[in-house]
Design a protein around this ligand. Structure first.
Ligand SMILES: Nc1nc2c(c(=O)[nH]1)N[C@H]1C(S)=C(S)[C@@H](COP(=O)(O)OP(=O)(O)OC[C@H]3O[C@@H](n4cnc5c(=O)[nH]c(N)nc54)[C@H](O)[C@@H]3O)O[C@H]1N2
Ligand SMILES: Nc1nc2c(c(=O)[nH]1)N[C@H]1C(S)=C(S)[C@@H](COP(=O)(O)OP(=O)(O)OC[C@H]3O[C@@H](n4cnc5c(=O)[nH]c(N)nc54)[C@H](O)[C@@H]3O)O[C@H]1N2
Ligand code: SF4
Ligand SMILES: [Mo]
Length: 725
């Protein structure tokens, strides 16, 4: 029977509403849900292509075990028995810390998964937990923790009402934006201009966004922190601050003047490439607007000073009175105060034996993973679980990480396909596609409320998973049982879960019981006063929640000890003292080196969309190194010539694409490629792209010191022509 069902996409933060036609447990048609309360008929090519991803012939549909003859299908029972036995043995012989776990990005869009994964790693009693936070945005969580009192107290620009938006290191036309739920972002940015407002794109590349909306402001990679210091310096010099708000709601203001006293617009110009006049004009636009926001994304997160830069950005929004202002930068609030609920998420601190590196939010930097596995010693990681991740392509120093993965005594990948990381696995466990799971929107939308138009929705699962594929929550629960890792380390909880599961298996009773994930999603929804699932099913296109207005945060729900926004936390002041002058001096010395930045592409989603032929046909079958015509001339390079890019970590060779969208001295290289060895990806493995992260450095000296963020943007590379087109 053909049925049309509503759901929402879970590939990126937009969570666009979709209308999905289902016939005989297959999707026969997908279209944007024009009645969705917020996305209103917007969806991108990725969301519309989900059935091809879901039903790829390369989908793994049984547990797999690596044998001498390659990967062979085995039963769940055998997989769990063998994995459990090995983990118990390793824990007995080498201690709990010998087992590690990596949590990837795609499944974090299903709010129950991070909770259960944390429960599992806590049950394993290991501190060797890694996730994409340290590849993506931990600097933002860290800044929120210190300024606002909780890592999940996060701000977002009030796009539909502001008059000036300065976007630093973001490319919404392609990425659809991050840390904000903003379906159809380009249209909504164009509306800012249509109502007389201004949009600026601060970026070393003239992006697809900049071509569609706003003004381009070229900046040299990894110099944003100096631009922001100059910005703040100018604001303080003009005394353009909101004294009343500062005295009432903020502390630490006095420390800002000495911090940026030396960083005049003139001084920052030496490095950033933004002239003093140009910066002052930016400040003019920002101050003259009736509501403005600075917003930054991975372009600064993945730089070497992401924490300091994002701190300064939040400080500028705060001291100018734009924080908590309608048409400024609003503090998110989801269906409950998630900031409050996660206030202590970083309470338990531990250190890695690698560089004595501090944990953050219960995890260690992913850039330490290879060392943790390779360095002999008491805490050496000997086994890893990877859930919905592909660190071999997405984390740092891929060649070294490959050697590390190869050395593991046990690697278990839980995925829907056999990706590059899974090539190294001993067992691969077949999980579900998001259409095969019930859900509520991503935590940034539903819990942190990073949305100019808040909404909520529940979706049932639309399809039964193929073959032996099982919901990841079920997989995690079984792993917890066989690894002797009671969820959250609580034997009581595990017993309750086991009992629930046994009841669910009883012939008559089982069918009538609500499955566990639905029960939990119902519980979260009721806790957030959205009613149970039955109520929510009456809103198939989502449900509108009240908008977040200005003057709803300061003095009311700030989570710091004194209830004030901390403008100048000691840790940041100290880091600034240690780092700013030396970073500046180093960057000045290296003015003439080539700097590499990343570039997201419409048809690539990190590492996992290249197995669809439509996404990689023609010119799209490889990534390119983008460089400015002047640089091409210097190098003697023509369009399409092969060019070798190298760092201390490794080298890659790929075709050049010459474009004056690049800033001279800057080259861009899309990540997520390098699939040639992935025998489980029959389309992707015929593509020609190279793995950008062979170039990215790992280890304790390569990360941002406070947040543990890896650096993908702005490191120096050597270039040479390696052959003609
Ligand atoms: N050079 C460079 N590197 C980067 C970045 C960059 O900008 N430049 N960006 C970084 C960022 S921001 C991120 S978030 C990371 C992402 O890094 P990762 O999360 O490690 O990698 P992904 O490519 O997103 O996907 C991982 C896997 O998830 C699987 N998957 C998808 N959906 C599901 C599901 O529902 N269930 C299960 N079990 N598996 C699923 C896919 O099949 C794929 O194999 O990459 C980072 N790496
Ligand atoms: N099509 C597509 N969409 C995606 C993804 C994808 O891989 N493909 N990934 C998703 C994920 S996981 C995330 S986290 C989001 C990220 O969303 P965004 O952060 O918007 O991602 P990008 O498009 O990489 O934008 C980063 C921009 O920073 C610029 N940049 C690089 N270095 C610097 C610098 O030093 N300074 C400044 N000012 N700018 C710099 C780059 O040129 C680039 O335009 O996108 C999500 N959406
Ligand atoms: S914009 Fe994001 S959420 Fe919307 S359809 Fe595309 S990938 Fe899915
Ligand atoms: Mo990301």
């Amino acid at each position: 029977m053909t049925e049309t069902k509503t759901t929402f996409c879970r590939i990126c933060e937009n969570q666009c509403g979709l209308l999905v036609t289902v016939d005989k447990n297959r999707i026969t048609h997908v279209e944007p849900d024009k009645d969705h309360v917020v996305s209103k008929g917007f969806a991108c090519i990725k969301g519309l292509s989900i059935e091809k991803m879901r039903t790829t012939p390369d989908r793994i549909t049984t547990p797999l075990k690596k044998t001498d003859k390659g990967f062979e299908a085995i039963s769940w029972q055998q997989a769990f028995d063998e994995i459990g036995a090995k983990i118990r043995q390793l824990r007995k012989d080498h201690g709990d810390e010998s087992v590690g776990a990596y949590f990837g990005n795609p499944i974090s869009f299903s709010p129950l998964m991070p909770i259960f994964w944390t429960a599992f790693t806590q049950g394993l009693n290991t501190h060797k937990a890694y996730n994409t936070g340290s590849l993506d945005c931990n600097n933002k969580f860290l800044v929120s923790q210190h300024l606002y009192g909780s890592p999940m107290a996060l701000t977002f620009p009030d796009i539909d009402r502001l008059e000036c938006l300065i976007m630093i290191g973001a490319n919404p036309a392609i990425s659809k934006m991050s840390f904000i739920n903003l379906p159809d972002p380009v249209r909504r940015l164009q509306e800012v201009e249509a109502r007389g407002g201004k949009v600026f794109n601060v970026n070393p590349r003239r992006t697809e966004t900049a071509k569609a909306v706003g003004e381009q402001v070229f900046i040299r990679p990894d110099t944003d922190v100096f631009m922001l210091l100059g910005f703040l310096n100018d604001i303080l010099a003009r005394n353009a601050v909101d004294e009343e708000r500062i005295s009432q709601f903020m502390s630490g203001f006095e420390a800002l003047k000495p911090l940026c006293a030396d960083w005049t617009p003139e001084r920052q110009a030496e490095l950033t490439g933004i002239s003093a006049d140009q910066l002052r004009r930016l400040v003019d636009s920002y101050l003259n607007a009736n509501g403005a926001a600075l917003y930054a994304s991975t372009g600064i997160n993945q730089g070497s000073n992401g924490t300091l830069a994002f701190w300064l950005l939040e400080v500028i929004n705060a001291v100018t009175g734009n924080l908590d202002r309608t048409g400024g930068s609003l503090m998110g609030l989801g269906i409950f105060d998630y900031g409050k609920a996660t206030k202590d998420a970083d309470k338990e601190v531990f250190h890695s034996r690698i560089g004595n590196t501090r944990s953050f939010l219960g995890a260690l930097p992913a850039a330490l993973m290879a060392d943790e596995i390779l360095e002999p010693g008491e805490d050496q990681v000997r086994a890893m679980f990877v859930l919905s991740g592909n660190p071999l392509l997405t984390a740092t120093n891929s060649d070294k990480l490959g050697r590390a993965l190869d050395k593991l005594e046990l690697l278990v990948s839980i995925d829907i396909v056999r990706n590059e990381t899974a090539e190294y696995a001993d067992y691969i466990l077949p999980g579900t596609h998001f259409t095969e799971r019930p859900d509520i929107p991503f935590s940034f939308v539903s819990l942190s409320g990073l949305s100019p138009n808040p909404w909520y929705q529940y979706t049932d699962k639309l399809l039964d998973p193929p073959g032996e594929c099982r919901d990841e929550l079920w997989i995690i629960r079984q792993l917890a049982k066989v690894c002797d890792a009671p969820l959250f380390g609580s034997k009581l909880l595990q017993t309750v879960v086991n009992t629930g599961e046994r009841l669910g298996q009883l012939p008559l009773v089982g069918k009538r019981l609500t499955p566990m994930s639905e029960r939990l999603l119902g519980l979260i929804s009721r806790m957030g006063k959205q009613g149970g699932l039955r109520t929510l099913r009456r809103h198939p296109h989502g449900k509108v929640l009240p908008r977040i207005e200005g003057d709803s945060y300061l003095g009311k729900r700030v989570l710091t000890d004194d209830g004030k926004v901390q403008l100048a936390p000691d840790v940041f002041i100290e880091l600034a003292a240690q780092r700013l002058e030396s970073s500046f001096a180093k960057a000045r010395q290296e003015k003439n080196v080539y700097r590499l930045i990343t570039k997201r592409e419409r048809f690539s989603h990190n590492s996992w969309t290249h197995n669809d032929i439509a996404f990689v046909k023609g010119k799209r079958q490889t990534n390119y190194l983008y460089l400015h015509p002047e640089d091409a001339e210097k190098l003697g390079c023509k369009d399409g010539d092969m060019i070798e890019v190298s760092t201390d970590s490794g080298a890659v060779t790929l075709p050049a694409s010459i474009s004056d969208d690049m800033m001279p001295g800057t080259v861009a290289l899309p990540h997520g490629w390098g699939h040639q060895q992935a025998s489980g990806l029959s389309v992707a493995n015929k593509t020609h792209g190279v793995n950008a992260n062979i170039l990215a450095a790992d280890g304790p000296s390569a990360i941002e010191p406070l947040s543990g963020m890896a650096q993908f943007n702005g490191f120096s590379v050597s270039l040479k022509v390696a052959g003609a087109a």
